[in-house]
Design a protein around this ligand. Sequence first.
Ligand SMILES: [Zn+2]
Length: 169
Amino acid sequence: MLYEIIKFPDPVLEKVAEPVTLFDDSLKKLVDDMFASMYAAEGIGLAAPQINISRRITIIDLSFQKRPEEKIVLINPEVIAVEGKQHEEEGCLSLPDIREKVTRAAWVKVRAQDATGKHFEVEGTELLARAFQHEIDHLNGILFISKISRLKRDLVSRRIRKMMKNGEW
Ligand SMILES: [Zn+2]
């Protein structure tokens, strides 16, 4: 099934998500449905709170369906090491059409579980490092617009309010 993507300012996006403790068939089904929902929304990353499920599950596919081996499922993920800095533009399915530059670590190492509960570590640089940090932030109730300057954030809020008023959000 396809889930609707929840948009800012829904409170579920600012809640700390609950850890996953049961690695059963319904979790595997949820992960598959998350990939389908993410592709339908033309995204490369999705966290469960964005479909109104406040649990620590996130998926990434930077190849956007082109290379199945690049599909990443992170359950109960944690950033365990970071290095360097990068400053690049980010977007988010929960904030359509908003793009702002965000400072992130250049390299991160993540420890997580897969859909069967097995622990693993994965590392990434550039866009992948950014995706890890952006998606794990979602599980902690943090949106990328909280990482930009106050001035830019005010401009973004004003733009969103205007779109809401015009029924475009
Ligand atoms: Zn996002």
